[in-house]
Write a protein that binds this ligand. Structure first.
Ligand SMILES: C[S@@+](CC[C@H](N)C(=O)[O-])C[C@H]1O[C@@H](n2cnc3c(N)ncnc32)[C@H](O)[C@@H]1O
Length: 370
């Protein structure tokens, strides 16, 4: 299947031509059916240019539901068993979309609030201003083993950590309220006349976050409603492949130019190195390679000599032969039956206590270099 392409067409038809179970991640920013009527005027009298495009018009709820069912059904078919899908929407559409996703058997794993730092005001002051949009993150089935780069998400979380704390090394679990500004200024694509190209261009930062945390390098990312190709730009920058579908020839034309100028930026976020699983090594191997010594004493942090190391990596604790984790729990006299032994045990090197976790790190480095 071709990748890194823009397909100019109707996504319902184009999805039906794609291979089943072929896509790792989908981001969909469908028409919201905003139902805007008449002109919106700012307080100072200028006209507000909202989303009144033909592509956002539907004649009835039934028509919108049928359209939503069809494109979501197409997405479900092409999504891999362990893939995931993000759909963004506003109050006008997200409930309809969510209900149809559930009918189709998608399994919702989160709904995320994109809290806009600079929302459009409610000009007339007749109700609250809409300062957020909602994203639904879902998998194909309840059992899908979807990608979630948990530690990468922590690295990207500045929503609940202040800059000062972040710079001093504090990281917190990412939550479901994200703060981004709406797309504005130089980021907004312009046509050759210098006019705003698209009414609903999404901030690239938002897409970069989604792609970084829910896919891996070289994965295939699909966006059935490409618009200005924000998803493709974020995917290319992070070293993912993309397929973008968009029915407007004009958006495809400018989107292609946009994508041609994006370059892959190889960094720890793109590679999700924070989430890489460390090399698995056993105590037995460490003894064989002389990083640990059969018969040596294992100490607690306070210098208390507790158990001796057996040939197979277990500990001799008062003549009981047990693993390092159960032995840590016994030695610490906790209610738990096991503690992580690498957090508790020390050996002596040059008369100094050295954590076996440090010894394991050195051993891993030795094995990787070998
Ligand atoms: C909400 S906008 C997407 C904006 C995009 N995320 C961006 O950042 O620029 C929806 C887009 O879907 C396109 N569209 C609407 N119906 C479509 C369909 N059936 N097939 C393909 N594209 C469609 C519209 O032309 C519009 O550009």
């Amino acid at each position: 299947m071709d990748k890194n392409i823009i397909i100019n067409g109707n996504c319902i038809e184009e999805l039906s031509k794609m291979k089943e179970n072929s896509v790792d991640l989908i981001f969909a920013d469908p028409p919201y059916w905003m139902r805007t009527e008449g002109k919106l005027t700012r307080v100072e009298g200028t006209e507000f240019d909202g989303c009144d495009d033909d592509w956002d018009k539907f004649s009835s709820l039934e028509e919108y539901e049928q359209f939503t069912y069809q494109w979501l059904n197409g997405c479900k078919r092409v999504l891999k068993q362990n893939g995931s899908i993000w759909v963004i929407g506003s109050m006008q559409c997200i409930y309809t979309i969510g209900a149809i996703m559930q009918k189709l058997g998608f399994w919702i794993i989160n709904d995320i609030i994109w809290h806009k730092k600079n929302p459009t005001p409610n000009f007339k002051g007749t109700r609250l201003n809409n300062s957020h949009e909602t994203m639904i993150w879902a998998t194909k089935t309840p059992n899908s083993k979807y990608t979630f780069n948990y530690k990468t998400a922590k690295e990207l979380n500045l929503d609940t950590v202040s800059i000062d704390d972040y710079n001093s090394g504090i990281r917190k679990q990412m939550g479901s309220v994200w703060k981004f500004s709406v797309c504005s200024g130089n980021e907004r694509l312009k046509n050759d006349n210098g006019e705003k190209l698209h009414n609903t261009q999404k901030p690239q930062e938002l897409l970069e976050r989604i792609i970084a945390i829910s896919s891996n390098k070289n994965d295939l990312v699909l966006d059935p409603f490409g618009g200005t190709m924000t998803t493709g730009a974020a995917a290319k920058k992070l070293g993912r492949n993309y397929i973008m579908i968009e029915k407007s020839e004009e958006y495809c034309y400018y989107g292609k130019i946009r994508l041609s100028s994006v370059v892959f930026e190889n960094n720890q976020i793109a590679s999700a190195t924070f989430d890489e699983k460390p090399l698995k090594v056993t105590l037995k191997e460490m003894i064989l390679d002389k990083y640990l010594i059969e018969g040596e004493w294992f100490y607690l942090k306070d210098g208390n000599k507790v158990a001796t190391l057996c040939k197979d990596g277990k500990l001799n604790y008062n003549n009981d032969i047990i693993d390092i984790h159960s032995c840590a729990a016994l030695a610490k006299k906790t209610k738990a039956t096991r503690l992580n032994g690498f957090d508790y045990w020390y050996v002596k090197r040059n008369d100094e206590l050295v954590s076996i976790d440090n010894i394991r790190e050195n051993y891993r480095a030795y094995k990787i270099a070998k």
